[in-house]
Design a protein around this ligand. Structure first.
Ligand code: MN
Length: 387
């Protein structure tokens, strides 16, 4: 029985993870659940899955959660540290990182320091602190298992292979809702249109990242750290059908790909069952109706965020952390109607240019870079509004 801590249980990854867990009650147990502020859904999930404990990151909501779970024998924890606590406890075996953004970093680090296996959907953690996180995995022996669909694909292609035999990693991208939209129309993009992803149903932040192609940029950095390859060995290919989830080309020119319907439950389940596979009835590809698979080169002129991500990881040090922080703020401001879609890459580029570079990274210095960048982007937008 694998006892699971689910960080971010009320989000898209969390809900899909609980679906997977519920299919295998003899193998998986939801031991701890956590949410940021969705008390209603967290309480509902707790009543259904009967975990050992639940954690709410927003501590103001603790009384509400207690009220909703009165009479249940479920431990209630609250505050940001509570997420770290449920990630490292000795009565849990596997941590699923389904939180959004930089907030997932600390609990992931705590889980790895406690030697837990981590199924990581929270790509921002690897973008910001890839070297630290992968080193912790090696040092304490907890495995890092990708839940991001592309990285799960690459991971599956690499079963039985040696890292030094990788020629290149071919990361596929759907291209998002604006794949064919001409550049001059980008200024007309609304939040509603940006949230309408053609293939995947996901949370808001990642859906906007998919529309700007920043998601693919973050995934390039994620792949570099997860698979220990040079950035020059990673190529992005636009594949609008999202059937080929990614590929690996080996030193002899042979290519392996992993395919499947676009459903996050498949990579989540693989992370939980690896190195085995469990039988499941997720939708299958119908080869009679699948008429074609297309591949195109991404346009980094229209999708500047992808180029910025490549530049950031090449420059290294604090650049990826600043890229991520500026992007998180820019996406939030776009979703709140404060800035236009085209402003997102502009703000990120400015933040990268203006920040004070540092090559030596610790968790503390990353937290500082993150906070400084957030503040500078907020200030810049506030200033532009007041002018
Ligand atoms: Mn992905």
């Amino acid at each position: 029985m694998k006892r699971i801590t689910l960080l971010g249980s009320t989000g898209s990854i969390g809900k899909n993870s609980l679906d997977v867990i519920s299919r295998f009650p003899d193998q998986f147990k939801a031991q701890y659940l956590s949410a940021n502020d969705n008390v209603d859904l967290l309480a509902e999930q707790a009543k259904r899955f009967k975990p050992r404990g639940v954690a709410i990151a927003n501590e103001n909501l603790e009384p509400q959660l207690r009220e909703k779970l009165r009479g249940e024998s479920i431990e209630i924890l609250a505050g940001k540290d509570a997420l770290c606590e449920i990630a490292r406890r000795s009565d849990t075996d596997f941590v699923i990182g389904g939180m959004v953004g930089f907030s997932g970093l600390k609990p992931t680090i705590e889980a790895l320091k406690a030697g837990k296996d981590v199924g990581l959907a929270n790509k921002e953690t690897l973008v910001v602190a890839g070297e630290i996180v992968t080193n912790l995995s090696k040092e304490f022996g907890g495995k890092l298992l990708p839940i991001d669909s592309e990285h799960s694909a690459i991971f599956q292609c690499l079963v039985g292979e040696k890292t030094e035999r990788i020629g290149k990693i071919i990361l596929t991208a759907s291209g998002g809702p604006f794949r064919t939209l001409p550049k001059e129309k980008f200024s007309e993009i609304t939040v509603e249109r940006a949230l309408n992803h053609p293939n995947w149903k996901m949370g808001k932040k990642i859906t906007i990242d998919s529309a700007t192609l920043m998601n693919k940029g973050l995934e390039v950095i994620e792949a570099k750290w997860l698979f220990g390859v040079a950035i020059e060995q990673i190529e992005v290919v636009v594949h609008p059908q999202s059937i080929v989830h990614s590929m690996v080309e080996f030193c002899d020119g042979s290519i392996k790909a992993q395919l499947g319907t676009p459903d996050m439950k498949i990579p989540i389940q693989y992370a939980l069952t690896y190195p085995d596979r469990f039988e499941a009835d997720y939708p299958r590809i119908d080869w009679k109706t699948l008429s074609r698979l297309d591949f195109e080169t991404p346009d980094t002129d229209r999708f500047r965020c992808l180029a910025l991500a490549f530049e950031s990881i090449k420059a290294g040090g604090s650049y990826p952390c600043v890229l991520n922080a500026a992007n998180e703020v820019a996406v939030e401001l776009f979703l709140n109607g404060k800035i236009s879609f085209v402003k997102i890459p502009e703000l990120i580029e400015q933040a990268l240019e203006e920040h004070t570079f540092s090559g030596e990274l610790t968790i503390e210095s990353l937290i500082e870079h993150d906070a400084e960048t957030r503040q500078s982007v907020y200030e810049k937008v506030a200033l532009a509004v007041s002018n």
